[in-house]
Ligand binder design. Sequence first.
Ligand code: NAD
Length: 490
Amino acid sequence: LTASLATLDTHLARFRDTGILNLIDGETVPAQSGATFETTSPVDESVICSVARGGSADVDAAAKAAARAFPAWRDMPGAERKKILHRIADGIVARAEEIALCECWDTGQAIRFMQKAALRGAENFRFFADRAPGARDGQMLPSATLMNVTTRTPIGPVGVITPWNTPFMLSTWKIAPALASGCTVVHKPAEFSPLTARILAEIAHDAGLPPGVWNLVNGMGEEAGRALTEHPAIRAIAFVGESKTGSMIMKQGADTLKRVHFELGGKNPVVVFDDADLDRALDAAIFMIYSLNGERCTSSSRLLVQDSIADDFLGKLAARVRNIRVGHPLDPATEIGPLIHKTHFDKVTSYFDTARADGATIAAGGERVGDQGWFVAPTLFTGATNDMTIAQEEIFGPVLTAIRFSDESEALRIANDTPYGLTAYVWTNDITRAMRFTDALEAGMIWVNSENVRHLPTPFGGVKASGIGRDGGDWSFDFYMETKHIGFAT
Ligand code: NAD
């Protein structure tokens, strides 16, 4: 831990000197107004550095730079774009330790997960780099009188707006396919975790990305974020964040008819039937809510467990939850670090009273850990019913609500009874039931007898209040590109 803190300190020194600045048209610049805000660490509430507080003038400069850079980037052969994107991946690998340390300090995520997240960012770039040469590939759909051809062209400059949870990995997931498609980008990262977005933009710059192709504007959602969604030069917005912010962005983008892709909140069920491999189901249920501080859109925050096994399963679960290690995010033994900031900490801990008031039982946790930083004990609510607030609202912390069910039809009714529909996890050894059940589940992504394992060519996204659209593989290109039809008379 001491060595990691010393290394982190050397990485942060330059940010303390200059603050985090924007990157517009290849230039590192402060906000035009000169305004700044501070980013603090959730570990001890200390100030990390100042950050440029971009506004509409900065977004305008960035969007215009992206528009100027677009034709040349669009027309660059895909094979050339592929090389540059691979160089960005190389740069991420070379600076992976710095990225992981900064991400932990800025967000409170545990180092054991952030090391992997940094490298996942590099994989995202390599995956889309390899697809860049074929991104424009179309189809021939001949008819009796026409040779019909479809092609794809990049939509233009796009805005990418990202949240504070695993911000580095999520930024790469959005920006890599945009660049591979031939789009140029203005990125507005979350105000609570700006460090690694700056490092990522530097890596891209150093990899030889032409000026204006990737612009970074820091700032508040209501200022820089809003301006980006309203800018006429920005053709589409890829957004990851809360459902209510998604709905605001849709309104803000209406006048300029923005194409939107939304990855929003979730209240995802993990459903455990009595015929499942219960040891594996227990491991997965724990991993999917208590890793990444539970600040994870795909987390399984509702455990639906069959009556016949519930007492035993919940007993073992509670014992395991009490043993999860909460600690300093840079300590390799830590499983759960502090929550991102005080407001979020207040929100998460408010559900402890809500659970009591609703009549649920706090079987583990339900309290703050320490008196400095935003640490909470991993928490398990039992005796809950699905109509309780703790079963309906996205808590977005290491907090699991367990609900019992008697049979398959009740499990299905409970699983689908939320406003959200991002992921679901089903544990059963009855393949026929698994097929029937998954077919009826209202969720964009479902895993059977597995935790969430991301395979990059598969579609990612949610239904209902969890999102609009899909990305991953070719679905990302569908979003960042226009499909054109041309009919040649024969
Ligand atoms: P948030 O919606 O508060 O903020 C996300 C981003 O939107 C930030 O950059 C913020 O500055 C910006 N923003 C806020 N108001 C805006 C506005 N009016 N116009 C434009 N931009 C605006 O979300 P958060 O609290 O940072 O992130 C947590 C949420 O993200 C959770 O709900 C979580 O489930 C969700 N999430 C979803 C996925 C997914 O893939 N479905 C992935 C990660 C996180």
